[in-house]
Design a protein around this ligand. Structure first.
Ligand SMILES: Cc1cc2nc3c(=O)[nH]c(=O)nc-3n(C[C@H](O)[C@H](O)[C@H](O)COP(=O)(O)OP(=O)(O)OC[C@H]3O[C@@H](n4cnc5c(N)ncnc54)[C@H](O)[C@@H]3O)c2cc1C
Length: 345
């Protein structure tokens, strides 16, 4: 039997960052993952954006999440000796005059200054981009290549013997008062970071997930942009192509890319960009969302040594670093966490 402090199930963005935070605090951990070809983290566009939605408001918990986010990913890049974080300004064109007015009122509200860079009420003049009414530019935004990040983390865990590949079958799990047994492992605690696969976990059958399928395209076109452009759909320049996304579908059949998704993306894109393009790649995946759009972070109501770290929906890149540190501080130093994310809220 290998004796551990904590077993972590799942090596997506959630499991990876939580494992690193626990290891940093001196815990003896093991990460178990079934290494799927497609997962939420392997498909994610990786954008982080403090002001979202039609109402153009700060996202939940923005002031806690965003100020240190780019430093967090830059430090991780140094630790992994790899480049997967790219700070990028987001340009959000206005849809109509009403939005222009709403935004000018919003910018005088308290707390928006750190996120807003510039507002213009005229087109910024990029050939073939549709923005007749101008728009606003955001700070504290960017992109993480999540697929690369988790692949670097996997290499790191492997070199330290902290990674085991394989699927956890719940019949094989023994949850006792003071310890967990799973195959050759014996641990004080187990934390499930299973992403959308959590819906199959009998220990968490009381939690209501809202799984949302998403599709994205990589295109090549003549548009020359450094910023991300976001207007219902985003155009994200990365390497030598532009990533376009995403769809939100709760009535999906499977995880595969669909013709309907591709058409929807190209149709929405045609309202933002009027030039020729070529689709290079089409990907799809499932987002592990919840009904109140807040994650599930904390311990089981019955089994005090079983925890969950999941439900990050379409905002894993901005939410996971903060809550990985919170949960690790809670486990290691007894620090309190916000009750808003408690799974038994
Ligand atoms: C199309 C699309 C676009 C997105 N774009 C963005 C974006 O721009 N910005 C953003 O912030 N977020 C985005 N997301 C959401 C983001 O990807 C998720 O919030 C995040 O990746 C969730 O990570 P996770 O670790 O919880 O889940 P996952 O990435 O699914 O990882 C869970 C891992 O656990 C493994 N696992 C599960 N059960 C078991 C088991 N029993 N035994 C062993 N292994 C197991 C899985 O196979 C997987 O490897 C997007 C998602 C999609 C689908």
């Amino acid at each position: 039997m290998q004796k551990l402090d904590i077993l972590i199930i799942g090596q997506g963005l959630a499991g990876s960052l939580l494992a690193l935070e626990l290891e940093k605090r001196g815990k003896n951990i093991m990460v178990l993952d079934n290494n799927p070809i497609v997962s939420s983290s392997k498909v994610a566009a990786g954008l982080y954006n403090p002001i979202t939605g039609r109402k153009m408001v700060k996202t939940w918990f923005a002031d806690e999440l965003f100020p240190d986010l780019s430093n967090y990913y830059q430090d991780l890049e140094k630790k992994m000796n790899a480049r997967f974080h790219f700070g990028k300004t987001i340009y959000r064109p206005f849809n109509n005059i009403e939005e222009q007015n709403d935004w000018s009122l919003r910018t005088v509200e308290l707390g928006y200054t750190p996120y807003t860079k510039l507002t213009v009420n005229y087109s910024i003049g990029i050939d073939q981009l549709v923005d007749p009414l101008g728009g606003f530019f955001l700070n504290n935004s960017g992109m993480v290549d999540v697929s690369m990040l988790i692949s670097e983390c996997k290499k790191y865990f492997k070199t330290k013997d902290l990674y085991t590949e394989g699927r956890v079958h719940f019949e094989a799990l023994e949850v006792e008062e003071t310890q967990i047994k799973l195959g050759s492992f014996e641990a004080d605690q187990i934390i499930f970071c299973e992403g959308p696969m959590a819906v199959n976990n009998p220990l968490w059958s009381n939690l209501k997930f809202k799984i949302v399928k998403g599709e994205i395209l990589d295109i090549s076109c003549r548009l020359k942009i450094d910023h991300v452009i976001s207007k219902g759909i985003f155009m994200l320049p990365y390497k030598n192509h532009i990533r376009v996304g995403s769809t939100y579908d709760i009535q999906y059949q499977d995880e595969d890319p669909t013709e309907k998704g591709r058409r929807e993306l190209l149709n929405r894109l045609s309202k933002l960009y009027i030039g020729n393009l070529k689709v290079l790649k089409h990907k799809a995946g499932l987002r592990p969302a919840t009904f109140d759009r807040k994650p599930f972070v904390g311990f089981h109501h019955k089994y005090k040594n079983v925890a969950i770290f999941n439900g990050f929906g379409s905002k894993g890149v901005s939410l996971i670093p903060y809550f990985a540190m919170s949960l690790a501080d809670h486990i290691c130093f007894g620090k309190k966490m916000t009750l808003e994310v408690n799974p038994i809220r």
